[in-house]
Every structure is written in structure tokens, then in C-alpha cells.
Design a protein. Sequence first.
Length: 114
Amino acid sequence: VQLQAFGGGLVQAGGSLRLSCAASGNIIRINTMGWYRQAPGKQRTLVATISSGGSTTYADSAKGRFAISRDNAKNTVYLQMNSLKPEDTAVYYCNLKIIRNDYWGQGTLVTVFS
């Protein structure tokens, strides 16, 4: 299984970015995809997840500003990030959970400047 993330970049505070992550390989239909982030000097933390059935979870910091979605036919997960803040600056990693296995993408850097 491989995950490839796209969409990071440099954005001014208040702006928006959309991340996408495509999974390929031997993927079981029932799974959970999500986004995590790691700021400099900090641990990796959950941003949002979405199950293959469409159930979502969000970190408190993402609620109301970020929206996670997925296209099951394309094994792709998206993260729409609005009203970005400098504290959202981090490397964003996509994640795929299949039963007890975790797969990670390479990370994409999001930098928000004020």
C-alpha cells in the first residue's frame, strides 16, 4: 500500500488550502482514512478521519474550519482547510488504517503566515 499526498504550500492567514491523498495497492474496502499533522518540535496529532462509510472525527482545532471527505472509487481522501491560522503550520500526513495496520503518506508541508 502506498499513499501520496498533494496540496501543501504557503498561504496567508485566513486563506484556504485543499490537501488530497491517493492510496494505491491492495486496499480492503472497509478502512479509515485521515490526516495528522506534526508541527516543528511537537508530536504528530490527529486532524481528522473519515471511515469508508463516511463517519468523521475532528480534532477540536479543526472543527468548523476543516472538512474531510473521500472518494471511495478513487481511494482518495481530501482535507479542505479554511480560515487557516499560523498555528496550523505543520507537515500534514495522510493515514490509512486497514484493520490493525497503519499506512502513512510522505507528508506535505503547510505554512501559514500572518
